[in-house]
Structure formats: C-alpha cells, structure tokens
Design a protein around this ligand. Structure first.
Ligand code: SF4
Length: 289
C-alpha cells in the first residue's frame, strides 16, 4: 500500500459515518417515539387544565364567527334603526292600486323616475276600472320612460282586468291572491302588503336588499326567493317591513352597488364585505354583492 493512504477505520463510537438515523428502530424504540408524540399533544391540554385549577376559571372554547348569530343581527338592526328611524316606501301613491302600479313600473327603474310618471298617469286614469278598459298598447306611451314599457303595460292592464273581474275592483290583501295577478311576483306582493296593508308576509328583496344582505353576510344566496327565506329565518317578523325599507334607503344613501361609501357607514365595523372601499376589520372575499 502506498504511503499516506490509510484504510478506513470504524468510528471509535461504534457508529458508522452517514448512516446515523437510517438504521431501523427497534420495536421498543418505535413505541417510545409514538408515546412521546402523544405526550407532547397532551402537554398543552394539561397546562390549560392546570391553569383552570389554579384560577378556578374554566377556559371557554374559541368562538367561531357566525354572521347570522342573533347578537350580530340585532346589532345590525339597531344601527339601521338609528340611521333610518322612520323610512317608508319612496313611491308616491294614494291607494293600494296606485302602489301596485308604481311597484310594477319601478322594475329596472328608479323610484324618482316612476314618481315623475305616475301623477299624470293616475290623473288620466283615476280608477282600476279605467286601466282595465285599456289595451296595453294604449298605455305604452304613458309609461315609456320607465323602461321595459311593453311588458309593464301588459302587466298593469292585465292586473287591472283581473282585479275587476276576480276581486270586485279591490286589490286583494292576501299574498296568494296577489300572486295570481299578471306581473306580480313576491317582491311586488310584499311591497303592497307591507306598505299599504301593514301585513308582514315576507321580506321585500329588491336589488338593494339583495346586494346589502350579501355584503352583510345575512345570506349567501343569489336568488331573491332564497334570500327572502334566509332573511325570514333571522329577522324578527315585526321587523320584516321596516328592515326592507331601511336597507333600500341604505342602498340609495351609502351602500352603493359600485363604490359603497364605507368611510361614512355606521355599519362599517360589523361589515366584512369583500368589496368594501375602506375597512377597519378583516374582510371576507366571498361576502360581496
Ligand atoms: S361598510 Fe360599506 S359595504 Fe358595508 S354596509 Fe356599509 S357601505 Fe355597505
């Protein structure tokens, strides 16, 4: 053997280089390792138990965020009350029939726009019978500026004919009967029942209620009927009518579809909407209009 080259010797410790840790563990050592792991998990629990023993206080389990918890919903309702104490429907009307017509015309339009049209409309056709005597084509020019005027004319004239023929010329105060009228779905029926007859049969879900209920995480749904069902479950019945009016006003004043004015909104610190424009709390990306 040439000088300087020494054959590799076993380590003095008895262990060979680079194979430390790869040696299979004996069954006894394996058992020990798993016991250690279990012990570590139990240490935290034991420490908490120790603390409870010392202080006499039982640690509460961490609460999970529940957006529809009664206390949160109550807080939202309270703030809406403070903000809009006595709001009502913004559509100008003097009878259940006028409110029904105005609500049909308000679809895809603004209340301001409808209020521009209805005074002259009701002067020209003062009774439900007067509307029932028209053809949809005759009504079209009068409601043209509210948009979708062909469909709206058909609905108004159809509803008038049905009310005269089936309900003695009186708008029924019953949701099932209202829903038989042409052009009347739950939103319109709830507006008439809540605002005119003061009957809480449901919650009005228009575009504002739809958007804001989602932002406030009162619902995850997207269809008006399902949203209404969610709201009915968490809002006390005696608040159904006012809640809709308040949320509709909130949508007009602050919680706009695009760029809500979160900086000025008194609900800001209970709102986690993902599309807020300003926030002091964490936002939830799925909570949006
Ligand atoms: S904080 Fe913003 S998004 Fe939330 S309710 Fe108010 S205006 Fe709407």
């Amino acid at each position: 053997m040439p000088r300087g080259i020494v054959p590799r010797q076993p380590a003095r410790t008895g262990r060979q280089d680079k194979i430390r840790g790869t040696r299979p563990l004996s069954p006894a050592k394996l058992n020990q390792k798993s016991a250690n792991r279990t012990n570590r998990a139990g240490v935290a629990g034991k420490a908490a138990a120790g603390r409870e023993k010392k202080t006499g206080k039982v640690a509460k389990p961490a609460k999970r965020y529940n957006p529809t918890a009664p206390e949160r919903v109550t807080e939202i309702l309270k703030r809406l009350n403070d903000l809009y104490p006595d709001v009502t429907c913004a559509l100008t009307h003097a009878s259940a029939w006028e409110l029904l017509v105005a609500t049909i015309l308000s679809a895809q339009s603004t209340d301001v726009n409808v209020n521009r049209v209805t005074p002259e409309l009701f002067r020209k056709y003062p009774t439900v019978q007067a509307f029932a005597g028209l053809t949809p084509e005759q009504l079209e020019p009068d409601v043209r500026s509210t948009g979708f005027f062909r469909n709206k004319s058909k609905s108004v004239v159809g509803a008038a004919k049905k009310i005269v023929a089936a309900f003695g010329g009186q708008v029924p105060d019953d949701i099932d009967k209202l829903l038989t009228l042409p052009g009347v779905a739950r939103k319109t029926a709830n507006v008439v029942l809540g605002t005119w007859f003061k009957k809480a049969e449901g919650v009005v879900v228009d575009t504002h209620v739809h958007r804001i209920s989602r932002r406030l995480e009162l619902t995850k749904e997207n269809e008006p009927q399902k949203i209404e069902q969610d709201l009915i479950k968490i809002i006390p019945r005696d608040r159904w009518i006012l809640f809709s009016h308040q949320v509709i006003w909130h949508g007009r004043k602050l919680c706009f579809a695009r760029k809500p004015n979160c900086l000025e909104c008194p609900l800001e610190n209970v709102c986690h909407a993902g599309d807020k424009t300003w926030s002091t709390v964490e936002t939830h990306k799925e909570a949006k209009a």
